[in-house]
Design a protein around this ligand. Sequence first.
Ligand code: PLP
Length: 456
Amino acid sequence: MLKNDPLEQWDRDTFLHPSTHWADFARGKAVHRIISSGEGSHIVDREGKRLLDAFAGLYCVNVGYGRTEIADAIAAQAKELAYYHSYVGHGTEASVTLAKMILDRAPDHMSRVYFGLGGSDANETNIKLIWYMNNILGRPEKKKIISRWRGYHGSGLMSGSLTGLAAFHNAFDLPLVPILHTEAPYYYRRPDVSMSEEAFSAYCASELEKMILKEGPETIAAFWGEPVLGTGGIVPPPKGYWAAIQEVLNKYDILLVADEVVTGFGRLGSMFGSEHYGMKPDIITIAKGLTSAYAPLSGSIVSKKVWAALEQGTDEMGPIGHGWTYSAHPIGAAAGVANLKLVDDLGLLENAATVGAHLRKAMSDAIGDHPNVGDIRGEGMLCAVELVSDRETRAGWDDQKPAVTAVARLLADGVIGRAMPHSDTIGFAPPLCLTKAEAEEVAEKTAKAIKGTFGS
Ligand code: PLP
């Protein structure tokens, strides 16, 4: 550990960090932290402080830190062949093997996978494939896309437009025109408290149908959704939501894109959120859990129906005019192969289901009746604690963010949670290998942090 070196100054003088208050950071007013190492569910910062990472980085280090099986696979690939492109039919053993492994795990009606680098570019790819498909099918007017308020689908121009969070639009001239947003399936914030979960699901589906009819069904190409809303507050869907939405989409011949960047490969205790909720997507977006973030890699898994149009398209128009230099990068692919094997070998789907349920139960036991805890929710290895100023009215605060204070207290106590950016919610998405004892530590320290924030 070097304390007298200029690293902090270099950081503040040179580095534009994502989702950071750039002015405060440059002036030395916002937090600067260098992370040095990690093992299992813990990371260690440069000051030597060991932290239980109950957000798995950005809900991505699913197998946990320090897995030598993946590190060795990456090293072996880098030594043998660090790069070759995947254009015009090229590939590597790792990329072809990974495509097969993904399809073996994906729902039966899926057919092919296109590889990208991250979730945002995968969603850009998906929009292009859907527009291409509708042009090939002779319906060029069917191009608009509906996503949900509170949805998160990335930070690119189109993926940032799909995202339904104001901070990703303001001053960026987003959303772009062909993207529309409908009601979020946020049961705790339903418009009428007397609504049952099923009634609220029917309401969300009817709001979607109204939007489709207003715009004209012949203009709507696709509907985008995360099986469980992630960055928008970690919100599982109310009962019957996906069945009700799917019915509307089928009625108007609208494609469903399941953005499984967070939920893919085990986070919900199932291989995919689509199977978990009985969704039948036409495209599935994957990233994070594909490599557990040991190397950047994403993918778009297309269904047999989409593949049929793409096959027809290239027959009519020649090779597809879409590609990234780093599509199917061999190092990402090698990490993906080793990672998916580990997910199986370690039984992480089962662990996510059982320890995730244990975490939510421990959280409810510890703070379920606290006057400022409005809702404790989640699914699989996801948990959210929503803070309110009044449990009866579910009112929040206009100008303060107690979740930010509570998360800072939690961090000081050695646990990383996340103040979700658009509500007073503390989010947890630990590595899928979290132990029951670690889950209990997260709950106990969260309770302490919340009680400290509110004075009791
Ligand atoms: N989709 C979802 C559901 C996400 O949660 C994220 C990132 O958190 C993305 C897309 C964007 O992925 P990336 O940050 O890798 O571009």
